[in-house]
Design a binder for this molecule. Structure first.
Ligand SMILES: NC(=O)N[C@@H](CC(=O)O)C(=O)O
Ligand SMILES: [Zn+2]
Ligand SMILES: [Zn+2]
Length: 409
């Protein structure tokens, strides 16, 4: 057993040396050599070591390191006031741009409000940081088509968000009847090529909480796509294989989906493991393992229809740990580490960059980021909490050790 291991290891090294010489000679790939444990892992069921050539993967002193274009976050809650100030640095540290959700109190329903909110975000950005907030409007029954024109002309509003009234945090002013009240606005959005971002859950009390996404697809999204095939739609934070199938059945470039870290790392057992876990509670609620696996397969397949959207949704600790806790997981500090872990486990690190950094801007028709970021396999401990003026925020995986660390150097 031991000698077999050594043989594989040395053979792996010989391949590694040969590949690096080839790289030096031809300069035609970004090099990569896989660290020895990965070589061994990959050879367990092969007669000889297979050294995979991944774009942008470099190994230095037996440590794995990935260099990828800087990711963007296509679904982010930044809040306002001192909470905004507390969380902005965590997103700005890793992401180049973010689609900023409009579910404040009161919600961002006009272009004027979106411009003011954008200013308040820019004001609290750490210095030497070129994070760009991409603003959104909160759709209501009363939104006028004219507002869409203003939004497009502003140059700072990139999408309109549909919250079915009562579906999630601060959605009470959302839409009560999309087909009855919002068709003129949606038609205007088609004219201006303005994407509709959807929180895809029905709210009827008779529909089981675990079926709300599936029923939304059947009763709202499917007819909507038939009525307005030219409307660009992003199904936000998908949680089910039904959503994967729906998105895959639509033409590429017209319907896409964002995927959060929690919905590909956790299943619904995590809500109850060792007692009720309020910090794993978000909406749409975590689903069973088969759904998690379907989403992992979709995002690691290389499909352009899926891209990174953390849905990082901070709430002060006492609003999570109380008799009627809020939905929302604060994942901004850990998101990239978790996405890398999932892609690594699926043996698909070569697909990670498209998911984090290419598919989103391509769908929105925006340029890809030029800056690069590194992901190193260096374990780090997630802080237990982040304190700020009004209290504390508990991040996802608080106090736990994660394998992948993002950095710029
Ligand atoms: N995802 C959540 O559980 N919560 C979000 C709202 C949302 O994205 O639905 C929030 O604003 O807290
Ligand atoms: Zn939502
Ligand atoms: Zn959200």
């Amino acid at each position: 057993m031991f000698s077999a291991f050594r043989e594989i290891y040395f053979y792996g090294c010989a391949w590694a040396i040969l590949l690096s010489l080839l790289d030096l000679f031809f300069q035609n790939y970004d090099l990569l050599l896989i660290c020895h444990d990965l070589v061994v892992m990959q050879t367990s069921n092969l007669p000889f070591p297979r050294v995979r050539v991944l774009e942008h993967v470099k190994v230095k002193s037996m440590k794995m390191e990935l260099t990828i274009a800087q990711p963007d976050d296509w679904h982010l809650h930044l809040r306002d006031g001192d909470l905004l100030e507390a969380v902005v640095p965590h997103s700005a540290k890793h992401f180049g741009r973010a689609i900023v959700m409009p579910n404040l109190k009161p919600p961002i329903t006009t272009t004027v409000a979106a411009i003011a909110y954008r200013e308040s975000i820019l004001k609290v950005l750490p210095s030497n940081c070129d994070f760009t907030p991409l603003m959104t409007l909160y759709l209501t029954d009363a939104t006028k088509p004219e507002e869409i024109r203003l939004a497009r002309e502003s140059g700072v509003v990139y999408a309109v968000k549909l919250y079915p009234a009562g579906a999630t945090t601060n959605s009470q002013d959302g839409v009560t009847d999309l087909f009855g009240k919002c068709m003129p606005v949606l038609e205007e959005m088609v004219k201006h090529n303005m994407p509709l971002l959807v929180h895809g859950e029905v709210t009827s009390p008779e529909v089981d909480v675990f079926d709300r996404e599936k029923v939304f697809i059947e009763t709202i999204l499917t007819p909507l796509v038939q009525m307005l095939p030219e409307l660009k739609i992003v199904m936000e934070h998908i949680t089910t294989m039904d959503a994967v199938k729906f998105v895959e059945s639509c033409p590429e470039g017209s319907i896409a989906a964002t995927v959060t870290p929690q919905h590909i790392v956790l299943n619904r057992n995590s809500l109850f493991q060792g007692g009720l876990q309020p910090h794993n509670y978000c909406l749409p609620v975590l689903k069973r393992e088969t759904h998690r696996q379907a989403i992992v397969s979709a995002v690691t397949s290389g499909s352009k229809r899926f891209f990174l959207g953390t849905d990082s949704a901070p709430h002060e600790k006492r609003k999570k740990e109380c008799p009627c806790g809020c939905a929302g997981i604060y994942n901004a500090p850990v998101a990239l580490s978790l996405y890398a872990k999932v892609f690594e486990e699926a043996n698909a690190l070569d697909k990670l960059e498209a998911f984090t950094s290419f598919n989103g801007p391509d769908f929105y028709g925006l340029p890809r980021n030029k800056t690069k970021i590194k992901l190193r396999k260096t374990p780090w401990k997630v802080p237990e909490s982040f304190s700020y003026a009004s209290g504390n925020i508990i991040p996802m995986f608080a106090g736990e050790t994660l394998e992948w660390s993002p950095s710029f150097d």
